[in-house]
Design a protein around this ligand. Sequence first.
Ligand code: SF4
Length: 453
Amino acid sequence: MRYPRGDEDAPLSADFPSDVELPKVEIHATDACNNRCSFCTTGWLMREKGEDLGHPPRAILRMQLEEAYAKGARRVLFQGGEPTLRRDLGDLLADAHAVGYQATTIFTNARMAASRAGARWLAAMDVTWFQISIQGGTAEAHDASVGAKGAFEQTVLGARRLIEAGQRVKINAVLTVHLLDTFRELAALMIDLCPEEVGLDTVKPSNAFEENRESYAALLPRMSGYSDAIRDAMIAMDEAGIVARLTSFPACLAPGAKHLLAEEAGTTQTQQHRGNLVDKHRWKRSLQVKGERCGECAYDATCGGVYAPYAALHGVGELVPLAERTDPPTGRPRHAPDSPLTRALRAMLVRGAPAAIGVRDVRRLPDGSHELACFAPSGESTVLIAARSEAPAFVHTARFSVRYRVGASGARPDARLLAAIMKRLERAEDYQRAHEEPAPPPPHDLAPGADQK
Ligand code: SF4
């Protein structure tokens, strides 16, 4: 057995489309949680140690945000525990924006969003992404993994409510036995939910794996026994247009899905449990080992191998060098599955054959923006509609930034067509404003399930 070489510091190029652009920091917003995940330090502290975990003060988190920003972070992910248990979560997001962060993520089990009030409270927070933890393809598997009966139903409902409210949702899942045994069901669920991305993580070693706890051995079977299930599920999601990636996973254990691997971006800082910020990619590498023959492998320069406790359990005999790489597709995948916004834009904008100018089709891109294929007598062109940002655009509405590309014939979108698109977007925004209810207060006092109808 040997340790990763050091030049594996170069991450694979197939990172998530949305992750590569902004250096990220992961901050612990709380140590409280309504789940008791089998692989998580927080779950272990709460369930076995009986610790009453609370929230770090907002002022401390503000200092951590400033420290990470000074080191280059421009995107913050609030994790826990369960960040939505904090009533002042909106204040933390406001602090992040005030410090200068360009994008925010809430890493959540989304059980709070299972109620209408909870979903409205979260959707009103100006969050860039919700990263939702789903840990099994069936209720039985998920609830066993997170140690909370009924959690699957709430989490899936919460994810649906957030997606239907127009929020950008990614799913995160950890490759425990609970997930691996129901991987095909998870893929079907993802194809039905249509999140922006699905990230599949290997189980990291932590002090959650102590005596009397669901042991690492029970939780983490030999991966080679699941190669077919992994390949089938990854390919099914990929073919459905979902950006799904196995992160920190050896290519030799993913036959047929080697092109769907990803690695932590080299710019990510992460906060250890109540500790300092560290470079996440290097931290992961410090926990990994490889086989003696890995030096012969085409992936040696970018692969970290497996986590040391996995190798202690199962050895490194499964790690068989590969003669050549199947590199991931470069650039972003062309299109992502439809969201409710895609369908609304299509209903508003697409026009039929008799029209001389119009929008032929609306397609969603992997970053959540939309591409309108436009036609006019002068030629074909493309209009792009994205969430409003400060980047230069043809025009900004209250919610959107509108850009365009000239077509192959050199045609710009027809001016009358651009005006019609603008008018319809603004009319939809006016309607939304007129019917918008005021931002709701934190729904933490509601009885669980009281608002689910
Ligand atoms: S053989 Fe070694 S270097 Fe190659 S993919 Fe497997 S673990 Fe990575």
